[in-house]
Design a protein around this ligand. Sequence first.
Ligand code: SIN
Length: 281
Amino acid sequence: MDGYQEIRVEPLPGGFGAEILDIDLAGPVSDACFDEIRRAFADHSVIFFRDQHITPEQHIAFAERWGDINVNRFFEALPDYPMIAQVRKEPDHAENIGSVWHTDHSYDQEPALGSILLAREVPESGGDTLFASMYKAYEGLSVGLKGMLEGLRAVHSSRHVFGYDGNAGSREGRFQNAERAVQDAVHPVVIRHPETGRRALYVNPDFTVTFEGWSKADSEPLLTYLYRHAASPEFTCRFSWRVGSIAFWDNRATWHKALNDYPGQRRHMHRITISGGPLAA
Ligand code: SIN
């Protein structure tokens, strides 16, 4: 018995991520139901919903129950909906968005709480998203390495991804405001999750640049080791999209990565990101 009364929660095999059933986000979501979704989100770090044919207004209303919306300055917004970022790949595009393991907004001083991604158009096959649990990654480290990481902080940046010195320009106009890619932020390498209190590894291949006070050359071997470790299959789960599917991930406890294995097909997602707060060790 898992104690849920309002929704059904089916954990994915592997012990990371869960599907939420018996819920229609287009209808009114009672406070009791919302509390259970909140509990499932805390317990599973990424939660999935199917067949949610919701309007942009309903998407925004659901997101606003979690906190303020963080409007991402680099993604193109859905026309008339500045709070909704488009994650889009057209049939003639070579690159997709989010193909490198990352956690959204780690380059901000106050990284995002999470993102709610809704599938509007999906390829016939391919285009899955992988998620990795940073709780599991941390817990899977040896006691010695955990101890060594304890006092370390890392520098994260948006410059090399969304700025002029990044490769964002090549993504066929899907990113904007390169001149605003000036955010660098320093966070503990191991954070204590602000809600669950669990320890999580908090570095990621896309946005982490160095350990604080370390050169790039000095940082690289340990970061590379941590990245390989954290992406181990036993810490990950995989989600296959259908139109109307939603994935809602906790940015403080997960990485994600979108697969680019559907050449010549369109994939179109709407993403809303929810503001978070400062992260502490
Ligand atoms: C993202 O990185 O935010 C997008 C992930 C996806 O499209 O699956």
